[in-house]
Write a protein of this length. Sequence first.
Length: 267
Amino acid sequence: MSDLPKLIDAELTVENRIATLTFKRHDVRNALTGTNLIDDIINTIDWVNKAADKVNVLIMTGEGSAFSAGGNVKDMKERAGDFAGDVEECQTRYRQGIQRIPLAMNKCEVPIIAAVNGPAIGAGFDLANMADIRIASSKAKFGETFVNLGIIPGDGGAYFLQRLIGYQKAAELTFTGRVIDAAEAKEIGVVLDVVEPDQLLARAGELAGEMAKKPPQALRFTKRLMKMGQRMELPDFLDLCACFQGICHNSDEHMEAVEKMLELMKK
């Protein structure tokens, strides 16, 4: 596909309306800082949002042994890169750097599946939690480990984790910095499913394939409603639902879907 965004540290492929973004900085365990992965993620989501005629689902995964190690600890030690400067400079670097990821992920108009191939630590864990669904390899590990380094989840992790698994469990993981394995992650609701490493992309692709077959406009509207439903009052939310539904009922894809359903009912 010739119009794909130009990425530096990641690769984007599209097949059967499924876009797959693979982080390709295994040399630094796919760290988000000190690489071009932040920009690659932002540029991919921006492209996906505009590619309604090409993409229904986005899968994110890592190449190599890790999904993402999050922040580059060596840069932290040297007070370099994204961690350089005084308080004001550091604040600006966060706002103009890694904090662009949660804002972009929250505005992504298609479902995002994180296929977590290995450790997702710190900001890497938070990135996975920003996805709609997580499928984990049995080799995956997860940790909200910021407190272990004497810092806080500066990428917004404290916002996402408690909404995913509830305040009490999120507090335990965040205040202790404990790393959990894939089995515990499934038990507490971090991940939907755990599979063997060689089955990870197949399982994520199977789930993505079910979504990719759905009418594109309805799927994107539904994703927007799922996100908006987290922050809107019910009367306002219902008004928005009525507006979106009016658009859907007057769309060609709705009529095509109805015709298919009627044909299936005849069988």
